[in-house]
Write a protein that binds this ligand. Sequence first.
Ligand SMILES: Cc1cc2nc3c(=O)[nH]c(=O)nc-3n(C[C@H](O)[C@H](O)[C@H](O)COP(=O)(O)OP(=O)(O)OC[C@H]3O[C@@H](n4cnc5c(N)ncnc54)[C@H](O)[C@@H]3O)c2cc1C
Length: 354
Amino acid sequence: MPRASIVVVGAGVTGLTAATLLQQEYPNVAITIVAAETPMPSTSLNDTPSADYASMWAGAHYRPIHPLTTPQLQFEHKLGMHAAGIMRRIARENPEAGVAEMPAMEYFQKPAPELLRMTTGDVYAWPGDGFRVLEKHELPRDAAWGCEYQSYCINVPVYCRWLMDRFLAKGGRVIRRRLSSVGEAFVVAGEDQLVVNCSGRNIGTDPKVKIIRGQTVLVKQQYHRTITWQRADGTWAFLIPRPNGGGTIVGGTKELDDWESAPRDETRERLLRRCVESFPDFVKTVEEFVVLKDNVGRRPWREGGYRFEIEQIAPGKTIVHGYGAGGRGYELSWGAAGKILELAKEVLGGKAKL
Ligand SMILES: Cc1cc2nc3c(=O)[nH]c(=O)nc-3n(C[C@H](O)[C@H](O)[C@H](O)COP(=O)(O)OP(=O)(O)OC[C@H]3O[C@@H](n4cnc5c(N)ncnc54)[C@H](O)[C@@H]3O)c2cc1C
């Protein structure tokens, strides 16, 4: 068993999940999370993390992405399936964690050919997910294809706090500190350690990383399933209920390279109006919504997907990178953390000296 310590940079869903797996694998190794922002001590709606702390602003639901046309999507599909098994177990065994299984529905105006080939009974979210292709008469007037299946949703501030509390209860340490580079993490506990980089966007040093702004509205009304409506023009409407009575996320936007951190009033109006038009069984008029919060977050998107890589920046200074989750950090989290653990084991178990 190595006596070195491990420092995880980042306390978003990726860092917290990776730290959880590392702690399970190395119970006798000191593991520290260092992050500029960490989950809030309460889940008060007055807490306002920065737009850069993506994990605080997600929906979050699990919406498997088909078709599996690229190696990246095929790989992510595996991560998502793996994560779904663990999230479902958490939902059953730890209801306080803010994860719940629930029905999901999707409508498409212009479905990809691969989707059109799917038939009722196929596996979509996980084996036995009850996947069913909707009949024409069940679709909204302008939708060409739709499906329903079983999925899960996450109350994100509750879940991240739960992950961190468990980590702390098992002896983990959390330090709130902004680093100027990932390499600076070696200063935190000396060089004899492994640094795991889950900083979301790699502290601004990866040219493949961009941000995708997302604005959503949290409303008090509680919907009973997650639903997504994708239009041919690339816009979409979705509802994501937050388990444990956390209201419903009405969404949402995807704005590449848009750095505006304040919510836009016109966007909020548009999202609520589109929700009323798209999901008439939820809330009948815009005026009826009880708005709890406007959300703006920056998805840490990376061309080609996550960077999972071992990098030795100097003798004795090894970094395992695990960042660039984009818009899927929750639904892929346990798969991504498994990949990070695999790389950490390569370093800790192999000839590489920490
Ligand atoms: C509107 C919206 C809706 C979304 N919906 C979903 C969804 O339904 N399902 C889903 O799976 N995903 C969804 N996402 C995406 C999801 O939020 C992200 O993929 C995920 O949160 C990324 O997590 P992360 O831990 O990699 O990064 P982050 O959550 O951004 O965490 C990065 C961590 O690194 C730390 N850090 C960064 N820089 C430094 C530094 N210089 N020094 C020290 N620490 C640093 C930060 O403080 C933070 O702790 C959504 C995102 C948005 C914005």
